[in-house]
Design a protein around this ligand. Sequence first.
Ligand SMILES: Nc1nc2c(c(=O)[nH]1)N[C@H]1C(S)=C(S)[C@@H](COP(=O)(O)O)O[C@H]1N2
Ligand SMILES: [Mo]
Length: 264
Amino acid sequence: MKIMPAAHLDIDRDAVLKEAVDRIGRADACISAQRRDFLRRSLTLGGLSLLTACTLTDERSVDMALNGISRMNDKVQGWLFDPDRLAPTYPESAITRPFPFNAYYGEDEVRKVEESGYRLEVTGLVSDKRKWNLAALRAMPQTDQITRHICVEGWSAIGRWGGVSFAGFLRQIGADLSAKYVGFKCADDYFTSIDMPTALHPQTLLTLTYDGQPLPPKYGFPMKLRMPTKLGYKNPKHIQAIFVTNTYPGGYWEDQGYNWFGGS
Ligand SMILES: Nc1nc2c(c(=O)[nH]1)N[C@H]1C(S)=C(S)[C@@H](COP(=O)(O)O)O[C@H]1N2
Ligand SMILES: [Mo]
């Protein structure tokens, strides 16, 4: 592998290395400030090049290398994910009030989904593609959970969500549980996708309530997939369609460089 001396590259060496370290950090929310500092000081263009098997000569190859880091992180996080390990739960007194709102737009632009016309679509590798109304989802066994939501923008908050076990829902619709991905399309044009082991995790809930009340519009009416094992942006609100697939579906933030696995 040939690594050109930095002076002859038409890339900004420091910017590339900073982005590489950021991506490694973003992929691993638990990375300590110390480890990040160490990485920042020790990662070189040569090291990045070796790590990703890309010759860093132009912007395109740098992009490929940076995306390579994210894909490696997805693999490692997938291997490390323990389907039986539970995220912490909290007492009612620990709930953050008021619970923060967040979306890729402001609170004045929250999408209002009408209950009457609402039907959840299920497509892809599932045997029963009938649409669901909210009454049918409310008729399934419900559970409640108080967990911590962690947003990469630098805040976390504890909230209480209730709804249907997502594993139970996937079995009910005859989903191919050996498929790689479950994808989500939302009423506000947000989209994301998750790995099947996380979809089947016992704490992954298709939630219909927040703090005992129907999910308010700002928290994702009619439905939010709540995964205490994943970062905030992986938890889709206003879900309109769920699909099971072996083709990588990406996501709104993931396609802009956020790590896809997004474990917390
Ligand atoms: N449909 C939709 N879901 C979304 C988002 C969004 O913009 N649209 N933002 C994500 C992000 S980044 C966060 S932190 C949480 C915020 O959820 P909250 O408003 O309940 O705090 O929703 C996630 N799910
Ligand atoms: Mo977020």
